[in-house]
Design a protein around this ligand. Sequence first.
Ligand SMILES: [Zn+2]
Length: 325
Amino acid sequence: MNEYWNIKAELLQRIKINGGWTNCHAHIDRAYTITEKTFALSNQLRSEKWALNDQLRKASTVDQIYSRMARAIERMLEQGVTTMGSFIDVDYKIKDKAIKAAIKVREKYKSELTIKFLNQSSNGLFNEKKEAWQWFKVGAEFVDIIGGLLKADALREAEHLDILLGTAKQMNKMVHVHIDELNISQEHETELLAKKTIEHGLQNKVVGIHGISINARPKKEREKIYRLIKKAGLMFISCPISWLNERRSEELTPTHNPITPVDEMLHHDITVGIGTDNIADIWMPFNDADLWLDLRVLLETARIHDLEALTNIASSNGRKILGIS
Ligand SMILES: [Zn+2]
């Protein structure tokens, strides 16, 4: 047989030499929760899936959450992941169950990989009895990095960010926020996050997860957004497969793939890492957390044909995004 350049083997070897894979973003407390019964509902609207997710979170025991997390970490270890970041749900509905499981998981795997936890308040930061705010504080104290979900507080996004960024500043922690994931031109969350980051003086400590809707804006606006991102020192996490399943729309926008605009971001010297996001749950039933598949989808859809850039995206950039020098 003829010799050929095994470019995949070369890239995997480079990632290994560069310290191994970093999975910057996941939700391992609800990994492997898809069942035959819930699979039938996995094509429902997002709002219905959130309600189902709430039921699941309420019913889960600490031991169940622990074994989901452990299985996800074993999956990471078999691929050579050395560092990962995962959101865990901490709010007034689930309370501290995921924290208890996270403490056990971190202890068990401490010699095998570095794991950074982030808090998710899936039901927002505001409710009548202020319990949402109290549980956010409990989560923020525990985690390594403050986590946010702007969609959980629709119409109160600026206030949501003020709480996240104000708390992060007080606790000297980084912040990761889900933004601009719906791939529509009306979303302007990246700009809001950048402006708020500058306002709170948290430059180079804040990370946007997804940022897909940036693609839906005209080039002139996108260039302005990248300059603002640079000014705020925002970094980005692309979860390449995560939003490929977004529904068809009749809106006319510049033609693009539904993925973080990594090609343009690299051009502007913006730090980007990758994450697997939801693993075998109601959001992504078929996702088996294969980092090579994520990197492959990224390199094809954002046309990154640069081995050094891909190596950094898969490893060292992720460590920077998770606050590990
Ligand atoms: Zn996520």
